[in-house]
Ligand binder design. Sequence first.
Ligand SMILES: Nc1ncnc2c1ncn2[C@@H]1O[C@H](COP(=O)(O)OP(=O)(O)OP(=O)(O)O)[C@@H](O)[C@H]1O
Length: 549
Amino acid sequence: MFQHIWPVLNITTRRCFHSSRALKSVPRKRSLARSLAYGLTGSIAGAVMYDGLTNGFENVAGAQRFLRSFAIGLSISVDYAWSLKGLQEGDGVYEALLPEIHLRSAKKLLAGCLANGGLYIKIGQGVAAVNHIIPKEYVDTLRQLEDRCLTRQPGEVRALFVQDFGAPPEELFASFQYEPIAAASLAQVFRAVTQSGEQVAVKVQYADLRRRFDGDLRTILFLQRLVALLHKNYNFGWIVEDLQGTLREELDFVHEAKNAERCARDLARLDFVYVPKVFWTHTNERILTTEFIDGCKVSDRKAIAAMQLDLAEIDRQLFTAFGQQIFSTGFVHADPHPGNVFVRKDPANPRRMQLVLLDHGLYEQLAPAVRENLARFWEAIVLRDHAAMQRFSQALNVPDYRTFAEILLQRPLELKGRGFSTRLTEQDLAYMTRQAKDHFDRIMGTLRAMPRNLILVIRNLNTIRSIALDHGDPIDRPRIMARCALAALGPARRTVRNFLWVTFRKLRFEFLLWRQSFHYWMVSNYLKLLTRVGRAPDTSHLMNINVAV
Ligand SMILES: Nc1ncnc2c1ncn2[C@@H]1O[C@H](COP(=O)(O)OP(=O)(O)OP(=O)(O)O)[C@@H](O)[C@H]1O
């Protein structure tokens, strides 16, 4: 569930996680640890009481999950506060200790997620997806959740097939391997061969998932209300409440299968994207059978190198595919974490790569007006046209266009002295951390103002951005997205006039981008020259241009 409020958590992690960049002073950290500990204690006590009063403590496992989360949260808070007591950031001891504490804490979180399962695994996946913000130790440890096998009751899978299809898997399939090939938050995936000889992946839901889901959802809503009482700013309940329906749909594999087919239709034009075929005869609400894909995760750089595929090409296609969904079709995969994006050689042409999109449980549908205004807003960001940014932001009901742009891009709007495509520096990251801390209300206000279904779009963007960052950020992401936005804005009817209009807009866009790059190139060379002759004036005003469109 937390993956759905991740866009918000993504921002708040900067307040809560002790990344070496985010830590400014020890006193602040101590008070954070203390308030965390108090908050957690109060919340857990309240929640257990609430569960007891409303459910008569029927759900012992639910109470256990509470207590486990509480113990882990408390132990992590205390570890940071205690181990770093009296030390200052920048000290040798402090810097040496910090990665060790990060690693210890990440391992505790991993163990907690695995023990609690279900929604808690989603939280861990969400954390691993923000690799540009949180410490490496968390990312590396929690990444294991992307396809970690969880244990299940003996005979559970067989019983589920008998209940739902009236026969065990070995009768329904020519062969069925009971050892799962992967497991995730909702299900385990098994390999099988159909009676007609096709290799398939069979995704079988955890039997108690639906029952647990309701309890966990109630609990999280209750906990967040408590947290909101203690800390007025931390009110995320509206997001969870809004997304309840979407969350429930994710439990229905028939819905997922239909989403997969729609995604395949929507992206049929992109021959570098593939969606596995659904086998409807072996699919229902809890069991999903699809064509088996022999590929590697998009994060598996070794396997990608072994296939001699190019990371930049992969990222370009990744952003183009999701850019197409966000700006053109409006039907957006909301959970494209590396476990859900496979890479393989195109079976029809082994010299080319293909992206395979898995897990179509969670989608967001954007209304045409939202899509269009978002596309125009994105184009304006890349062209640095502030008047247009303001106009299209307002059309989306968001008054603060700067904060909105920074939430979408997760980077400063102004990269002073540098081109827009330049990679983020330590100062940029520090700026984002400061923004999140100092302007938390503004960020929350912007999130509340924007169309609700953009929350999951932001989740999509954060996830694919973290994939690219992990690849060494080899492409110009904002520009690729802006090109997708521009392509989506063309009129649907194919006439000569429309063709000319679209071509003109594209040329104008490319020219403006070229003009920006040329400007930066000229200014940076001019500066270099002045520095070489011993005269380096303050010319920052030259670099901070806005291209008027
Ligand atoms: N068609 C397939 N071919 C090969 N492997 C697959 C296929 N479908 C799923 N898998 C494997 O199973 C894993 C889990 O599948 P999937 O993501 O659909 O499950 P989930 O429970 O919805 O996961 P998530 O935690 O992402 O919500 C994938 O990461 C992948 O490794």
